[in-house]
Design a protein around this ligand. Structure first.
Ligand SMILES: Cc1cc2nc3c(=O)[nH]c(=O)nc-3n(C[C@H](O)[C@H](O)[C@H](O)COP(=O)(O)OP(=O)(O)OC[C@H]3O[C@@H](n4cnc5c(N)ncnc54)[C@H](O)[C@@H]3O)c2cc1C
Length: 597
């Protein structure tokens, strides 16, 4: 399949903070080609016929139905679209894979089964396996004949994954590692054939292993009784003197963290796409009900309070969608770029995911929170029926909640995004110091404003200014740290503020570039411009609050006053009638009866 190539291959991860992107650099869903639309339809048909039609069986995990669904998805090629052809994959480009993930995000709790198998389950072998391991496992994983799971978490090590206690010791014959320990919360473990397990060799060398299901000494706990995603198998996995052949060591001994964390980068990206699919389904449910439910002699969709919710669900989903496909294409461009320098496809994919680890963390946090907001408001729109198990709203509400917890909790991902940004700046990979100084100087000078020209000049001007706010806060905090007056590691509240500013800037820029590109394609942008205006209005206000909260906690006196003045100046924007904009968005949604932007 043809790969999408644009000219932003050299935009570095995190660089959006200091560098302006152009509309032509981003990929937007309006650009799906015929093949992508065909794959999208095929994935949708699969979800409707093979998953949604069997929801009651799935929720009860009857007859191991999730495993059967995986096999059916495998027959259609949905498990192997990211696999090279030599491992029976179809090697589709990243954007097509994102489309598939988005559609599978509508597959209720099966979406977790799908993600665990195709992401954290299969990718460790693809990225870190030996050629023999790849040949042995990947073709059968691609078709769904074999099913995979990923075992990192333990009862005493979740976010602090590297403190795992599971231990591996080489036997006297030197043929097997003997594993002892316990893993917890393992998705797909009830039916998986292949277990990617992390254990410490001799208690200190954190290492990955490929373990087959019938391994002696490996047993499973009972299915967890969970709040949601009830159709997804989740169990504990126990190892009691379980022998694992030495040829099943995955990657380099002592470098298991490299596997665990790199695979999670991809998992976080996928979680954004899955959340997007979930949002769109939830919005369709909400708008359909709002149009049909009559109270006070009219559909509840006529009420401003309900229109606010419908519009807000759509605005956030649009921001997620714009950001998701932007990152998808950044990944593809980077893969092409790295490949052109002579690296193999697996390594190119790995390097690219690592490059955009900040963006992947943002997508994970934003996607899971937009989905949570959306399903919550859908329950509210359904009123009492939202609380009934008879309708989908309650189930989606329960299912959504896990997304903020796994693949690294949202707190951990927020911390990571800022930590990675600052580390890249310290190492000189990103020149944040220069622009931060420039903003300091600008703050002391007489304000002058030359707005970019063109249809979106005003929006671009505000965006540029919002980036300056980030530089004031992050730059100020780092300077305090260098002066020995602040230990940022101990000031997580400030890091959370910075992470939220990062999220707002990146999603806002993605929406802006999408609408601009869409307009350039000659498409009607009336409603999209309302979405952009409301998102900008709210993002600027949130950034103002986050920046103010952060600055007050580490600066004082004249310095604080000057920085706060900067925040005020740089978050200024022309007021827009957000009430009217939301009404326009909601009206369009009601007209189309589904997410349609
Ligand atoms: C349904 C389900 C499926 C799962 N599937 C898998 C799977 O397939 N494979 C797998 O390996 N794992 C899986 N997990 C485990 C999941 O990844 C962990 O639950 C998650 O990483 C959090 O770890 P924890 O539960 O131990 O929480 P903890 O790490 O104990 O965190 C508790 C709270 O403290 C916060 N916290 C922790 N450390 C910090 C810190 N340094 N700073 C600030 N706040 C902090 C967290 O954000 C969280 O709010 C699954 C979990 C669930 C519930």
């Amino acid at each position: 399949m043809e790969e999408t190539i644009t000219n932003n291959a050299l935009l570095k991860g995190g660089e959006f903070v200091i560098k302006e992107s152009k509309a032509q650099d981003v990929f937007i869903p309006e650009e799906f080609n015929e093949e992508q639309l065909m794959v999208k339809q095929m994935a949708k048909d699969f979800v409707d016929a093979e998953v949604k039609a069997h929801i009651h069986k799935l929720e009860k995990q009857e007859d191991n139905i999730a495993a059967t669904m995986l096999e059916k998805a495998g027959e259609l090629g949905l498990l192997a679209s990211h696999m090279p052809e030599k491992y029976d994959g179809t090697a589709m480009d990243t954007n097509t894979n994102t489309v598939i993930c988005e559609e599978l995000g509508k597959a209720l709790s099966f979406s977790v089964t799908f993600a665990a198998h195709t992401g954290i389950g299969m990718l460790p072998i693809l990225y870190f396996g030996t050629e023999e391991q790849k040949q042995k496992y990947l073709p059968a994983l691609s078709t769904g004949k074999l099913k995979a799971c990923y075992c990192l978490t333990e009862p005493s090590s979740g976010s602090d994954a590297l403190s795992a206690k599971t231990k591996a010791v080489l036997n006297d014959a030197g043929t097997h590692y003997i594993l002892n320990g316990q893993k917890m919360w393992i998705s797909n473990s009830g039916f998986a054939d292949i277990f990617i397990v992390f254990a410490k060799i001799d208690g200190d060398k954190f290492t990955g292993f490929i373990i087959e299901r019938d391994t002696e000494g490996m047993t499973l706990g009972a299915e967890e009784d969970k709040m949601g995603i009830k159709g997804s198998s989740t169990r504990q996995v126990f190892f009691e003197n379980a022998p694992v052949p030495i040829e099943n060591v995955l990657g380099t001994i002592g470098k298991g963290h490299h596997i665990a964390f790199n695979v999670l980068n991809v998992g976080r990206f996928k979680l954004g796409a899955l959340s997007l699919g979930g949002c769109k389904d939830s919005i369709a449910l909400a708008v359909n009900y709002a149009s049909e439910r009559v109270q006070f002699k009219q559909p509840i969709a006529n009420f401003g309070a309900i229109q606010y919710k419908l519009a807000e669900q759509s605005i956030r989903a649009y921001a997620l969608e714009s950001t998701q496909y932007r990152v998808s294409n950044l990944l593809q461009d980077r893969i092409n770029h790295v490949k052109s320098q002579g690296k193999g496809i697996e390594e190119s994919k790995l390097i690219s995911a690592e490059e955009y680890a900040i963006e992947c963390a943002i997508l994970k946090v934003y996607g899971s929170e937009v989905l949570d907001y959306t399903v919550d408001e859908t329950v509210q729109i359904f009123g009492g029926l939202g609380f009934s198990e008879e309708f989908g709203a309650a189930r989606s509400y329960r299912d959504s909640r896990i997304n903020r917890i796994y693949e690294g909790t949202n707190e951990i991902n927020r911390l990571l995004s800022v930590d990675m940004l600052l580390k890249r700046a310290m190492k000189g990979h990103l020149d944040i110091v220069g622009p931060a100084w420039a903003v300091q100087k600008e703050l002391m000078a007489v304000p002058s404003s030359t707005k970019p020209e063109g249809a979106f000049g005003e929006h671009k001007f505000v965006l540029q200014n919002l980036k300056k706010v980030l530089l004031i806060v992050a730059g100020g905090a780092v300077k305090k740290q260098m002066d020995g007056k602040l230990n940022l590691k101990e000031e997580q509240e400030i890091l959370m503020n910075i992470a939220d500013i990062l999220i707002d800037i990146f999603t806002l820029e993605s929406v802006l570039l999408r609408v601009e590109k869409r307009k350039g394609m000659g498409k009607d942008c009336t409603v999209q411009q309302h979405i952009l205006n409301v998102h900008l209005h709210d993002a600027a206000d949130r950034i103002n609050k986050n920046a103010t909260d952060a600055l007050i906690s580490f600066a004082e006196g004249d310095e604080l006053r000057m920085m706060l003045m900067g925040v005020k100046r740089y978050t200024k924007h022309t007021p827009c009638n957000v009430k009217e904009s939301r009404r326009v968005i909601a009206r369009k949604l009601v007209e189309e009866n589904e997410y349609c932007f």
